[in-house]
Design a protein around this ligand. Sequence first.
Ligand SMILES: O=C(O)CCC(=O)C(=O)O
Length: 256
Amino acid sequence: MLTQEQLKSWEDNGYVRLGRIMSREELAALQRRIDDIMLGRVLYPGMFFQLDSDTGDYGDLWKQPQGYQGPTLNYRKIQDLERDPLFLAYMQHPFFRGLTRQLVGENVSCFRAMFMNKPAKKGTVLPYHQDGGSQWELDREHFITVWTGLDPATIENGCVQIIPGSHKLGLLSERGHTITPEQEALHCKEEDSIYLEADAGECFLLHNYVLHRSGVNTITQSRRAFSVVYMDAETRSKKTGELFPLIFGQGALAPV
Ligand SMILES: O=C(O)CCC(=O)C(=O)O
């Protein structure tokens, strides 16, 4: 659970450095597991995969084939990781039980359990954006993100950069996600930003409306990370009417 001081920082800044929740052994197991998934040694049919771009340009990501493209460590994004018992066990760590009870509620589902990667000397610029809005097609907006570094994250390898306090602006576009160049010029001044450098295994709590971005990786150390959106288990997809995978509460997924 967050202390009073952390709660105040959460309200003021829209983020909190939570530190390392997992052991070194658990971290090593997650690092091995994500590489096994990328290399096709552990398979989950239908899992979402997106390769990194060759150009570093966000717009080019969708010009390439989507889905699993064979064994390579050059995947940028993999979703549905709640299907993997090691990642699910981390998501269900007692610390996150307490945190979500405090900030979300008793019954908690996940919108996405996502691997985000800046492969060695690669990576794609992710422009400033907010998470949420009509693009997410949810019947309510009450969620938090926990972002965990699976490698050391530094400015050189494309750590996340945020504008503290920007969650107070609310959603800048009805659709959500990226913002206009004018909004970026107004709200995302370099001097107002901070870089969330982190040790491997360290995690941050992020408000989904905090403006955030990340750059490319200029060094040989990959920048792997795991990002989970926890939300009220009653949240339904407006598109399908369905609920999302249950992480905490009666009938929650079990890591088998
Ligand atoms: O890991 C990154 O570079 C960005 C992560 C992100 O946008 C998110 O977790 O919502």
